[in-house]
Design a binder for this molecule. Structure first.
Ligand code: FAD
Length: 476
């Protein structure tokens, strides 16, 4: 056993260079715990390849020894998909040395990037070429393109531009036997059989290791305008969304829901952040973004008209339009600070759910009431991408309760929330994936037919089961 491990370590060092193979426990630690600090694993080695060829050499070495490979990008995932298990035989393959912007084709409106490229750098590179790369999420300063694709990340611009899958045109992937599949092209049409790219996207590192991607770019909007509205009920939020869609159509690029408790939590965790209507105590707030092709004055006029209409029809209680880029950033900062403020508040039971937008208001109202009945005093911190029907439905301990009490309730509480989502034909994972944390839920809510198809695909592409075992497919 020891000899096999030593042989593998030797091959890994040959593949990526000794300095990029980490075997010391203290140096490995940050790669072996998930972002939420709930899952910890062990590894034979953490390796940092610098190219697709080096990734291929690492995977070939692991395949020869039957060693598990756990791909990892920025390690910002919320479901522990990049965390090794406890066996200690895994090789954690971290892509963060692979950061090149390989090319930008302005005429084809595409950008080709290494998988380890940080999302914010990809956005910057596109902007420097006069284009927009619209994928945007709170972790964009550290999550990677490979991780975004492996989880089919969503974020705040899905309403207009779609999620990571809809932005991807081509991939380069190292398969489980170490072969490199070069599917890097910038085609918007390509009907030549099974779409391997679409199989890889959202597969959470269980079918292949993404080493590069060609992604769609868009014209930079001439103006972006942000506003925040205070709303008296979740049903009014639904009606307000309809009004905004009618008024702005494709120019509506963001419609983010923030509950009153979320906004108050952020305000108390980060009192230095400016917040519109500081005295207001409404149950819901909406952060809106309008992207306008004619310019800022035009955008503001449209906002003025639509928000005025919404006020008149009593769909909203108050509204504030950002008057400068700084004010707009401050509003987004509030939204993006919710996850961090929640992490500071203590443990919470998280649900990343999606439902038809039309079903969301009833779901929220009924589920909030149901939880109070069964778990008195729990605090709801609901926010999310309402325009996409996606809510982060988070439940924290009662104000006078303990994390231990919440922990004791967690399984039953989640089952009740997810049963409700399932009954409404929603999804128990809208954008974060399944990882290690939600494999039992997948077993419970996916139909046997779907599970069998997924297992067949896994078996065909990774017959040894070395790619991210235990993630996505239970026991896999
Ligand atoms: P990791 O966490 O390193 O890995 C995630 C999964 O992808 C793992 O299963 C891993 O094995 C696999 N993987 C990573 N790289 C590769 C690769 N090159 N090839 C194959 N598999 C790979 N998510 C959203 O969708 N929308 C949001 O709005 C959002 N907001 C967030 C806000 C905050 C503050 C935080 C901390 C997270 C947020 N997330 C959000 C979750 C997370 O940022 C995304 O899931 C992101 O796409 C993960 O990227 P990563 O590089 O960190 O991947």
């Amino acid at each position: 056993m020891e000899t096999a491990s030593n042989t593998l370590l030797e091959r890994l060092r040959q593949a990526v260079g000794e300095v990029h193979v980490i075997t010391q426990a203290d140096e490995q630690a940050r790669f072996l715990t998930d972002w939420r600090g709930l899952w910890t694993g062990k590894a034979l080695a953490v390796v940092l390849p610098g190219s697709a060829q080096e990734v291929a050499a690492v995977v070939s070495a692991c395949a020869a020894c039957g060693a598990p490979v756990v791909p990892q990008g920025g390690n910002t995932g919320q479901v522990a998909g990049a965390t090794a298990d406890q066996r200690g035989n895994a090789v954690v393959l971290v892509t963060t040395r692979m950061q090149r912007v390989r090319s930008i084709d302005v005429d084809n409106a595409t950008i080709t990037l290494d998988a380890g490229c940080v999302l914010a750098h990809a956005q910057d590179a596109a902007r420097a070429a006069g284009m927009l790369f619209p994928l945007s999420l709170g972790a964009e300063g550290s999550c990677t393109i490979g991780g975004n694709l492996a989880t089919n990340a969503g974020g705040t611009q899905v309403l207009r531009y779609g999620n990571a899958r809809e932005l991807a045109l081509g991939l380069e992937v190292v398969l489980a036997d170490g072969q490199i599949w070069n599917g890097l092209h910038g085609l918007r049409k390509n009907n030549t059989g099974y779409d391997i790219k679409d199989l890889m996207i959202g597969s959470e590192g269980t079918l292949g290791i993404i080493t590069a991607a060609t992604m769609r770019l868009f014209p930079l909007p001439r103006a972006q305008c942000t506003a925040m509205a205070a709303v008296g009920s979740i049903h009014q939020v639904g009606r307000f969304l309809k009004l905004c869609r009618d008024a702005f159509d494709a120019s509506l690029t963001g419609f983010e829901l923030i509950s009153g408790p979320c906004l108050r939590l952020v305000a108390s965790a980060y009192p230095q952040l400016a917040r519109p209507f500081p005295q207001s105590d409404q149950p819901w707030y909406v952060l809106l973004e309008l992207s306008d092709s004619e310019g800022e004055d035009h955008a503001r006029e449209r906002f003025d008209a639509a928000l005025g209409d919404a006020l008149e029809r009593e769909l909203i209680v108050d509204a504030a339009i950002a008057q400068s880029v700084a004010q707009s950033r401050a509003m987004w900062h509030l939204r993006e600070s919710i996850t961090l403020a929640l992490a500071q508040d203590g443990k919470c039971v998280k649900h990343d759910i999606s439902l038809p937008v039309s079903a969301l208001p009833d779901f929220v109202e009924q589920t909030d009431a149901m939880l109070q009945q069964h778990f008195p005093g729990v605090r709801n911190f609901t926010f999310g991408h309402l325009g996409d029907g996606n809510l982060h439905y988070n439940v924290a301990r009662p104000a006078d309760g303990t994390d231990a009490q919440l922990h004791a309730w967690a399984a039953q509480l989640s089952a009740r929330v997810h049963d409700g989502v399932h009954a409404a034909r929603g999804s128990i994972s809208a954008e974060q994936g399944i990882g290690r944390a939600r494999t039992q839920d997948l077993l419970k809510y996916k139909s046997p037919v779907e599970l069998r198809v997924m297992q067949s695909i896994k078996q065909a592409l990774d017959p040894q089961g070395i790619l991210n075992p235990g993630v996505l497919l239970h026991g896999g």
